[in-house]
Ligand binder design. Structure first.
Ligand SMILES: Nc1ncnc2c1ncn2[C@@H]1O[C@H](COP(=O)(O)OP(=O)(O)OP(=O)(O)O)[C@@H](O)[C@H]1O
Ligand SMILES: [Mg+2]
Length: 311
């Protein structure tokens, strides 16, 4: 897969002097769904606005489809659709006119068949002649998506598409996103919901304090999540893991006072019983046992609360 969005060491310092992005580098592959997780104020909206050309990077460069977002703004902007975090619609306009007008803003020729297809896809067709102010909050969010899709973008940014929406609409939104991916659209979404990232993303990025802390394949993260640790405290310290135990994923800790055993909770057998038998044969006496599990949430919380590394 080729990168459709290339972000190179992007920094953003707002007018008041606040550094909201402190050097972000990231390639977004064509056709993937990337979920950006991060606490309030992390820089998610700033990053998205900068990629979409609404805000300029203070330094660094961004290219969309090979077009620089500053020097080649129009070409870059025409490839992206943005569903903003805040609802910003004209209350007295109808759904139909709102979405149709949005396409015109990008200089694309009228295409009522396409607008109809988008409205149907988003279950808005029966509301097409309704004024925006007479829609529910969830419907307004759908109109925002319809607007963002009206000029057939290759990359769609969804800034917290499911914040404050009910469970059903959240699932609908996930289905919509999956459908768009099937149509070949690249999708970047921000979210506060870890289960949302788990449900739909191909890759997960964690951003905090203007820095991208991690970008990893979701399945790899899930595998890590599925891992559980068993800590075995020993009666007597050992210098090395005995050869008879080399077949187990063991690590010596606490100066030889403990063994850490990693196993997959989703595997048929954990291997614990075998390990215990092998340890007993080696004459190792246990003092205590403790298990702990890594979840995406732990990884996230751990990353976000880590003391900032010296910049
Ligand atoms: N126009 C602006 N001028 C000055 N500072 C800003 C501006 N916009 C955002 N900031 C600051 O930049 C930081 C990042 O804001 P941003 O909106 O990107 O966060 P976010 O990750 O989207 O948060 P949230 O989850 O709350 O939406 C915040 O500290 C914010 O106060
Ligand atoms: Mg935001």
């Amino acid at each position: 897969m080729a990168a459709i969005v290339e972000i190179e060491d992007v920094k953003k310092v707002y007018d008041g002097g606040f550094a909201a992005l402190k050097g972000v580098t990231l390639n977004i592959e064509e056709g993937e769904i990337l979920a950006l997780l991060g606490p309030n104020g992390a820089g998610k909206t700033t990053l998205i606005s900068t990629i979409c050309g609404i805000s300029r990077p203070s330094s660094g460069a961004i290219r969309v489809g090979g077009h620089d977002t500053v020097s080649d703004f129009r070409a870059a902007r025409s490839l992206v659709g943005l569903v903003p975090q805040e609802v910003n619609l004209e209350p007295f306009e109808t759904v139909w006119r709102t979405v149709r007008f949005s396409r015109g803003l990008f200089g694309k020729p009228k295409d009522d068949t396409l607008i109809e297809k988008i409205l149907r896809q988003l279950s808005l067709w029966d509301k097409k002649d309704t004024a925006i102010r007479a829609l529910s909050g969830g419907m307004k969010r759908r109109v925002l998506i319809a607007k963002a899709l009206s000029h057939e973008p290759r990359v769609l940014f969804l800034d917290e598409p499911t914040a404050g929406v009910d469970v059903e609409l959240r699932r609908d939104m996930w289905e919509i996103v999956a459908g768009l991916k099937a149509d070949g659209v690249t999708i970047i979404l921000t979210t506060h919901y870890i289960e949302e990232a788990e449900a739909i993303a191909d890759r997960v990025g964690v951003i905090n304090n203007g820095k991208l802390l991690l970008v990893e394949d979701k399945d790899a993260l899930m595998t890590r999540m599925g891992q559980k640790q068993l800590r075995i405290d020993l009666q007597d310290r050992i210098a090395t893991v005995p050869p008879a135990l080399h077949g187990f994923d063991l690590e010596l800790a606490e100066d030889g006072g403990s063994l850490i055993y990693r196993y997959d909770t989703r595997a048929d057998r954990t291997g614990i019983a075998k390990l215990m038998a092998a340890m007993s044969e080696e004459g190792l006496v246990l003092r205590d046992l403790q298990t702990s599990q890594n979840s995406l949430e732990d990884i996230f919380v751990g990353l976000v609360h880590e003391p900032e590394a010296a910049a």
